[in-house]
Design a protein around this ligand. Structure first.
Ligand code: SAH
Length: 362
């Protein structure tokens, strides 16, 4: 029998991860939505996503930007293009821009640091970075320039699966070290996983959730795995661990992961991801927002480059005009009885974590 309230234990987590009946899942959506309302409120925070480079030296087996894609046209935005996107974010009323890229060795840290400083001073926006496994010096330099948050999904907590998916840097520990260092440098820290990767078991998803808690994450992103036809993983070229407990890459499993994440990290910021919106174009955003999510990241990458940031095919938001998409999004948020967030929308988990630390030292 399920507990109606209180913390989740491993058995509860596995129970929900294996539940597929919509009428039974209503209870989980409701519980997650109640915790969401109580802990982070009704506001849905919008983050302007700017994909600043699709150049990548890595060969992550699932990703459409990997170095194996020799035919993909590569781009790197100039500072003035990044600043123009940030200015559009400001005009649309967003409090944050997210600068995301492949692991691009030619992204100049000093130049990017100056861009971050300008975004902070000119537009007063919070800046989130998602640039892969950056070294300590670059993380520090960008933090000193005013970057507020760092996003780096650990993708799976199964070390063997992680190694199979990341042949050129197979150490999960190294990724976790980058997350820890980001926290020590004062970044608000985000991570997450893909749901339904080949070789990923339901037990592994339960491990992922437990790791979210152990890492004390402030932001957690979860989306279904969407095969990219030109990737080694989709082509069956990757030797993933065998499992008779394969997790599904469908909407139910992705939403169960969002809901359980909300129950396990009640104060975290959790996006309704573009991957979920891609899987369910009509309803994906709403589904996420109804089962625990409180953030959406509209795409503000210049249109000329947007289609080239092809981590998976048919990504949502490829064609939309930004203003039209924004108006439609606000309408959909209001239709759910929610409001559009104002200001930076810092993670309450981060505020609680840093306050606790301050009390420890004083
Ligand atoms: N280079 C950065 C940004 C990667 S893209 C980094 O490594 O952090 C951001 C996220 O997209 C990845 O962390 C991964 O979880 C997700 N992603 C990549 N390929 C995907 C796919 N085929 N299906 C679903 N999500 C994918």
């Amino acid at each position: 029998m399920q507990e109606r309230s209180g913390p989740m234990n491993r058995q509860d987590i596995l129970y929900w991860l294996r539940e597929r009946r919509p009428e039974h899942l209503e209870e989980l959506w409701q519980r997650a939505d109640n915790v969401r309302a109580r802990e982070v409120g009704e506001a849905v925070h919008l983050r302007g996503l700017v994909e600043i480079s699709n150049t990548c030296r890595r060969r992550c087996a699932y990703c459409g930007l990997g170095a194996h894609r020799s035919e993909l046209q590569r781009y790197r935005l100039a500072s003035e293009d990044i600043l123009a996107s940030a200015s559009r974010a400001g005009k649309l009323g967003y409090g944050t821009v997210v600068l995301q890229a492949g692991e691009d060795p030619q992204l100049d840290t000093d130049e990017l640091a100056r861009t971050v400083e300008t975004i902070r001073s000119r537009h007063g926006l919070a800046v989130t970075l998602s640039l892969g496994e950056l070294g300590g010096a670059a993380l520090r330099r960008l933090r000193d320039a005013g970057a507020d948050r760092y996003l780096l999904r650990f993708e799976t907590s199964d070390e063997r699966l992680y190694a199979a998916l990341h042949p050129d840097q197979p150490s999960l520990d190294r990724r976790l070290d980058t997350l820890r260092l980001s926290g020590e440098l004062g970044y608000e820290v985000g991570s997450g996983v893909m749901v339904g990767l080949p070789g990923q078991s339901v037990e592994t998803l339960a491990d992922d959730l437990e790791l979210f808690d152990r890492l004390e994450l402030d932001m957690i992103g979860l989306g279904p795995y969407l095969p990219h036809p030109d990737s080694p993983l989709a082509r069956g070229k990757v030797d993933v661990p065998a499992t008779d407990d394969q997790a599904h890459s469908d909407e139910i499993t992705a939403c169960v992961m969002v809901a359980l994440t909300r129950l396990i990290r009640p104060k975290a910021n959790i996006p309704a991801t573009t991957a979920l919106a891609t899987l369910c174009p009509q309803t994906g955003r709403e589904l996420g927002l109804r089962c625990g999510a409180n953030v959406i990241m509209p795409n503000l990458t210049p249109r000329a480059q947007r289609a080239l940031y092809e981590i998976y095919p048919q990504k949502a938001c490829l064609a939309e005009d930004e203003q039209t998409f924004h108006d439609e999004l606000c309408r959909r948020i209001h239709a759910l009885g929610r409001s559009v967030g104002r200001g930076r929308g810092d993670s309450p988990a981060f505020l609680a974590r840093t306050q606790a630390k301050r009390q420890e030292v004083s």
